[in-house]
Every structure is written in C-alpha cells, then in structure tokens.
Design a binder for this molecule. Sequence first.
Ligand SMILES: [Zn+2]
Length: 57
Amino acid sequence: MPKIKCRGCGKELFYNSISDIPTFPFCSERCKLMDLGSWFNEERRIDEPATDDELEI
Ligand SMILES: [Zn+2]
C-alpha cells in the first residue's frame, strides 16, 4: 500500500488510490488550509510594495 507524508504535519498516510484522500497531499482539511494560508501569506509579503505609500508621505 503506497503512503505519503502529510505536507502539513508530516503524518504518514496510507492509501490505495489518491482519490481515497480528498485532502491529498494532506491528512486533513485543517493541514490543507494551514498550508495554503502560509503560502498565501508568503505570496502577499513578496507582492506587497508596503513602503511605496510611506515614501510619498
Ligand atoms: Zn497533517
């Protein structure tokens, strides 16, 4: 039986097919949301030109 490690918490997941895990490659919806959340925050930090407005003042 193939197994993966949850990308969120590292927990090992066993599965017969990927469709067995609706939240693949995460063990749960919670880990999935946590990972997406941190990824989104990283993206925002890169894209946000936070100092532009401050320079004009
Ligand atoms: Zn997990």
